[in-house]
Design a protein around this ligand. Sequence first.
Ligand code: HEM
Length: 247
Amino acid sequence: MKKTLVNMIQSMEDKAIDCNRNPKVQFASAKNILILLGRVTLLFTFLYLSFLMLAITFQYIPFDLQVAFLATKQHIIQFQYYQIAFFSHVFSSIFILLLGSTQFIESIRRKTPLIHRYFGLTYVVGVVCISAPAGFVMGLHGNGGIIAQTSFCILSSLWFYYTLRSFLAIKKRNILKHKNYMILSYALTLSALTLRLHKYILANTTDMHRIDIYRIVSWSGWVINLVIAYIIINHNTSTKAITQKAH
Ligand code: HEM
């Protein structure tokens, strides 16, 4: 008995050594390490940019109509409807960004489905009833003229649409549609981070005028995210089809 056990362990060790010498296995583990590194980098970038977004949001407390970005909106901030749109957008969006990020963590969905449901409902109400309509109103007066204004208005309309479709899908118990629309919705939520990231990169690597940079990032900030979201959805669909065929 003892001898058989020793033999088994020996054979397992031999196999492990063989695997380590196998170039295919080596390539697979290098790929896994790269994927892990990529994920960790994305996570830290997200945390860092969300922290910056939180700091930007705190600038508007206590209520002040001259502070930060509002200095560029003095011609419009005197109007009450703009004030309502601005402050409701800024203070709801930060919760939307943070709550939304937890919805893609599988362990939360599995272990605490109630949290997933309440956070999800808050996200949907926040986007559909507050932040997207407010973003649209602000978009009509966005800096950067008609180019940026068109972009902000399309962005807020799509944000509203995808989020609502995701909610309606789960009401009908269509989990796949719910998930795909939520991926699209959250990709647009993340545009708050990517827009500011693109702006920072362009401002520090080119000689372009500030307003031209703003026009470019008002589009690149969400269009690139949307393309990535569609690639992820396609990839998920084809992986699922392959797994189903294999079974
Ligand atoms: C994805 C949909 C969104 C749309 C359509 C949108 C739209 C807008 C618009 C039009 C402005 C004013 C820009 C201008 O006048 O030039 C603005 C400003 C702002 N938005 Fe959004 N936004 C969105 C998402 C978010 C999110 C997720 C956050 C927070 C995490 C956020 C936080 C802010 C803040 C803090 C400002 C004030 C500007 C500043 O201080 O940097 N937005 N948004």
